[in-house]
Structure formats: C-alpha cells, structure tokens
Design a protein around this ligand. Structure first.
Ligand SMILES: [Zn+2]
Ligand SMILES: [Zn+2]
Length: 132
C-alpha cells in the first residue's frame, strides 16, 4: 500500500510503502510493511519478542520475498533518516539486518522467524550438552 501519513505509522525503509503498527502481548509494538512484509523493531523490541512465542504470528512474510529485498542496500532509518548499518547477529551470522544505533532495526520478511527458531535451537542444544 502506498505510504500515507494518516494511515501508516512509518514508511518502509526498504520498499517505500506504508507500515502498520501491530501491538503484541499488550506491551510490544512493532511495525510491519504492507508491501514487502519487512518488520521494523524499535530498540529493545526484538529482544523482548524473541523470548516469547510470537515470531510465527508476526512474521508472516515469505522468506523468498524477503530474500528479494535483501539485495536492497543503503536504506535509511524511518525515524531519523540516517543511513542504517547492515549487521549480522554475532551468534547467527547468516541473518542480516539493518540497524540504526539510536532507533532500532529492520528485518526482511522471514528473517525474524529464523532468528527466533535458531535461538531456541541453540538453547535446546545447550540443555542437552549440560546433561549427565
Ligand atoms: Zn516494505
Ligand atoms: Zn534512526
């Protein structure tokens, strides 16, 4: 959907379409793009979310669609307009996201689901390793 300041919370830094606010669990608000399904997290939100069983419902985007948008570089923060830095999670180097150190981060469709599952798998492996 074309970005419209009255209807959308922020403009998608990747594809330029509108993003909608979604409240989750009563205390976490994220923004999801109506077009590329990318997700914007304000600082702290991704951390708050990945511990909960929420990623699947939130991240409905098709990972193939997400990969298409992965190729878009040099995006700017929807809050302040500064260039965002492309980073990967130190524990999960196959997952790339864009970050503004002051405002938050943007993930392509499908990446957050991956993020959560990997984290859960690591946690589970940790459990087994610690066994007798
Ligand atoms: Zn978008
Ligand atoms: Zn910013």
């Amino acid at each position: 959907m074309e970005y419209n300041a009255d209807e959308h919370s922020i403009k998608c830094p990747k594809c330029g379409h509108g993003m909608n606010e979604i409240t989750y669990g009563g205390d976490v608000v994220i923004d999801r793009c109506t077009h590329c399904q990318g997700i914007w997290f304000d600082i702290g939100e991704a951390e708050a979310l990945k511990g909960k069983w929420m990623g699947d419902a939130l991240d409905m985007g098709d990972p193939d669609e997400g990969k298409k948008w992965d190729a878009v570089e040099d995006i700017s923060c929807p809050r302040c307009g500064k260039d965002m830095e492309k980073r990967s999670d130190p524990d999960q180097p196959h997952i790339w996201f864009e970050e503004c150190a002051e405002h938050g981060m943007f993930m392509d469709a499908g990446e957050f689901t991956d993020y959560k599952h990997e984290t859960w798998a690591d946690w589970f492996r940790g459990l087994i390793k610690g066994g007798r």
